[in-house]
Design a protein around this ligand. Structure first.
Ligand code: PMP
Ligand code: GLU
Length: 398
């Protein structure tokens, strides 16, 4: 009989990954599924990065590296932070991992004791809550709505801080809402953090390069709290490198050392070839290699928003980054078609999977089951077809 620990039993499967798995299974059965579920660019990795990786193989760069990544890579990451974000880090403050996901897990497991409170603005990215469960931390969720563009204010943050609060986990640009915090908004939150000595911020900036409103703003830019900011980044999204598994954390040296120790027991360094590919990514010219993908995402966002206008009952914000649209869909709750009755966004997602053959992720995964997440990291043709199918399927509900 299976005997699993309480630890794993209390963790949910990643809903983004579960939905992707379901759509793969249906596709394998011959069902023509359009998957808008997984947050994954459909572009190939830029050729120049692939060439660097091929060279690394030919050069026999095939041995274990330093657990935190070979030092020249960490130096290149420091140069990236200086060039793009005006942040000064040294290589001993950088830990390269197998993905932003691992970087987040490292940081949370190294910072949070059982019972410590961790503030998570909702909607939040799926894995924050589950990683926090592993650390036995207590989540303190701040709910936001479309009316505030899903952003929290300094007053909301201040209101939930207690002497037990240890960490805030936040993403900008945000998965799933696409919201992007301005410098002023971040400064207001930083001012609150500054008043609480034991409070840290995990600032997940993995969507840095997919930003439609100009320059990316990092939390660590405010010198008065920089030593309490854990900056998370990586190559998955901006460089179309999801499968390579390369994550980045920049943090005070004592925390970087702790994460190196943690990672040294769990996975060691990420793949040496991936590290060489990341090294090339850090040096890429943004305008030539990254901006074209970002521009394509912007076109797709506008297309999805335009097509959504024709679908009754979908309320959205204007996503200013990442590649998600997160409409509120409660208009459909209580409606029926054949054997389906829609009670929540999970029911609606299942209905759309069955009736429209479109895979989406219900808001339950991100904190509130009245929304549905669309990933628009796919071609305009597929997006158009998906939204047409959805419109037809939704019209049957009454
Ligand atoms: N943070 C956010 C907000 C994400 O959306 C994702 C995954 N898409 C990650 C972290 C993890 O990314 P990675 O592939 O680098 O593990
Ligand atoms: N983070 C992506 C998403 O939100 C990929 C899936 C995952 O890593 O959970 O869809």
């Amino acid at each position: 009989m299976a005997h699993l620990s309480n630890r794993i039993n209390q963790i949910s499967e990643s809903q983004t990954i579960a939905m992707a798995r379901k759509s793969r299974e249906l596709k394998a059965q011959g069902v023509d599924i359009i998957s808008l579920s997984l947050g994954e660019p459909d572009f190939p990795t830029p050729q120049i990065i692939k060439d660097a990786a091929k060279k690394a193989i030919d050069d026999n760069f095939s041995y274990y590296t330093h657990v935190s990544g070979y030092v020249e890579l960490r130096q290149a990451i420091c140069e990236k932070f200086k060039r793009d974000n005006n942040l000064t880090y040294t290589p001993d403050e950088i830990v390269v991992s197998t993905g932003a996901k691992q970087s987040i897990a490292n940081a949370v497991l190294c910072l949070v004791n059982p019972g410590d409170e961790v503030i998570i603005p909702a909607p939040f990215w799926v894995s924050y809550l589950e990683i926090l469960k592993l650390a036995e931390g207590t989540p303190k969720i701040i709910n936001t709505t479309i009316d505030s563009d899903f952003k929290i204010t300094a007053a909301q943050l201040q209101a939930v801080i207690t002497p037990k609060t240890r960490l805030i986990m936040i993403s900008t640009p945000c998965n799933p809402t696409g919201s992007v915090y301005t410098k002023e908004e971040l400064k207001a939150l930083a001012d609150v953090v500054a008043k609480h000595d034991e409070l840290y911020i995990l600032s997940d900036e993995i969507y840095e390069h997919i930003n439609f409103v100009g320059g990316h703003q990092s939390f660590a830019q405010f010198d008065f709290i920089k030593d309490r900011v854990v900056t998370i980044n990586g190559v998955s999204k901006g460089f179309a490198m999801t499968g390579w598994r390369g994550g980045i954390m920049a943090a005070p040296k004592w925390l970087a050392q702790a994460c190196d120790k943690m990672q040294g027991q769990f996975t060691s360094a990420t793949c040496s070839i991936t590290q060489k590919a990341m090294h090339k990514a850090m040096e890429l010219d943004y305008k030539t290699h990254i901006e074209p993908m970002r521009n394509e995402f912007l076109k797709r966002r506008d297309l999805v928003l335009k097509l959504m206008k024709d679908i009754p009952g979908f309320k959205t914000n204007l996503p200013q980054g990442a590649f998600y649209v997160y409409p509120e869909v409660s208009y459909y709750f209580g409606k029926k078609y054949n054997s389906y009755t829609i009670h929540n966004a999970t029911d609606l997602s299942m209905y759309l999977l069955d009736e429209a053959h479109v895979a989406l992720v219900p808001g339950a995964a991100f904190g509130d089951d009245i929304y549905i997440r669309f990933s628009y990291a796919t071609s305009e043709d597929k997006l158009t077809e998906a939204l047409t199918r959805m419109k037809n399927a939704l019209a049957k509900l009454n």
